[in-house]
Design a protein around this ligand. Structure first.
Ligand SMILES: [Zn+2]
Length: 406
């Protein structure tokens, strides 16, 4: 579930970000010289720009920064700065912002673009993920990169460290070596003793070893390519799995059916009673039977139209029961059965009917299109056959057609 949501969100956002990686870089270059990405729309001749839209819609970047997907995407951009990619966007920022200072030590300037400020804001979040592997020591910042188990040495030793170790704040790791040996003053604090101890465990940087490189580290595992899914999982607040999880996201589900079911289970579908509770003027009467207020429980359980559909389904499945007393009763009916095949068949049937009822309700409310119960069940029947047929090679679906057609 988490992965699927991430894929959807990333697909949307990456469409925008691909603009940045490709053409928007050039526009960003021009724009930053004009003090701010908010002017991109005019440079684009009125075309849409993600950052300009975000900036124009909200002069503060804070609300968008709260979006988990957006923060994950920005972390990827931060990663691109450290990874050895050949992006014009990265090259431009390295040239204009990172020539004399580490990304971690940069100060934000008024004239910086909205998106660059967003990346700077996210440095505390990105910091624990980016570790540096020392090879020649010529590019790794001695004070600001995380290249020892102590983390960034500026944090571990403090601001007085530059004086204590006689290394300026812009020193690279190679500056702490001389004649193929580490060359640091004798330790005067416990942290520096730890640093000396660590240095005895790694090779002294040499040019022959190649260039320093960075890793994106998640749960102790190093990645050379940004692991979006793992990063997103780490950042999100995980919740305990809901009891209805397996009733919705079972193997073989149809995404659009499962999504409608997911919204319905949480009673979040915009039924007329919910719309009214938001202050929207709308009739409350159920679109299907015109005899009661349209709540979720009425629409999918108590409505006479719906009851007829459930009866047809239960008859097809050779069930003796006539219907369902409550929403929980409906969920329990198809999740408590032990046979995987029957559980899959019931799940497919219930989700198809919930989805079809919601479409029928919308067609009646907005398009004046009305199906009878038998017409609607014919559509449901055809959909279920198609679903089973498309999944006939799966073990749980192998004999479902026979069960459904009995
Ligand atoms: Zn009704």
């Amino acid at each position: 579930m988490a992965k699927k949501l991430l894929v959807v969100l990333f697909t949307i956002l990456l469409v925008h970000m691909s603009l940045i990686i490709s053409g928007v870089d050039c526009r960003a270059l021009k724009t930053e010289q004009m003090n701010g990405c908010d002017q991109m729309a005019t440079l684009d001749g009125g075309g849409f720009s993600f950052f300009s839209a975000a900036g124009a819609a909200n002069s503060s970047r804070i609300p968008l920064m709260r979006s988990l997907a957006f923060r994950t995407l920005c972390l990827r951009l931060i990663w691109l700065i450290f990874a050895e990619g050949r992006f014009l966007w990265v090259a431009w920022h390295k040239h204009h912002h990172l020539r004399i200072s580490s990304f971690w030590a940069l100060s934000e300037h008024k004239q910086d673009s909205w998106h660059w400020k967003s990346l700077l804001d996210l440095r505390p979040l990105a910091r624990p993920f980016i570790t540096c592997k020392i090879q020649d020591g010529l590019s790794a910042s001695f004070w600001f990169d995380s290249w020892t188990p102590l983390g960034p040495l500026v944090n571990a030793i403090g601001n007085s460290g530059t004086r204590m170790l006689r290394l300026p704040s812009n020193a690279v790791v190679a500056d702490s070596c001389r004649n193929s040996q580490w060359n640091l003053p004798p330790p005067r604090s416990d942290v520096v003793v730890d640093l000396h101890a660590f240095l005895t465990t790694i090779p002294v940087p040499t040019e022959e070893a190649g260039a320093d490189y960075y890793s994106w580290t998640v749960d102790g595992e190093d990645f050379s390519v940004f692991p979006s899914s793992k990063t997103w999982s780490i950042l999100r607040e995980s919740q305990p799995q809901q009891a209805w999880y397996s009733a919705i996201w079972f193997k073989g589900h149809i995404p659009k059916h499962a999504f409608t079911m997911w919204v319905a289970v949480q009673d979040r579908l915009p039924t007329r009673c919910r719309l009214s509770s938001w202050g929207i003027l709308t009739p409350l009467t159920c679109c299907l039977c015109l005899a009661a207020d349209e709540t979720r429980d009425h629409l999918f359980i108590d409505c006479s139209f719906t009851k007829d559909i459930w009866k047809m389904m239960l008859l097809r499945l050779s069930e003796s029961r006539q219907g369902f007393d409550s929403w929980n009763h409906l969920l329990a009916w198809y999740t408590s059965v032990s046979s995987k095949s029957i559980r899959a068949l019931r799940g497919i049937a219930v989700q198809t009917i919930i989805y079809s009822l919601w479409i029928e309700r919308n067609n009646r409310a907005f398009n004046n299109q009305v199906n009878t119960t038998s017409d609607l069940f014919k559509q449901v029947d055809r959909t279920i056959r198609n679903i089973i047929s498309a999944r006939k090679t799966r073990k749980a679906f192998k004999h479902l057609m026979a069960l459904w057609l009995v």
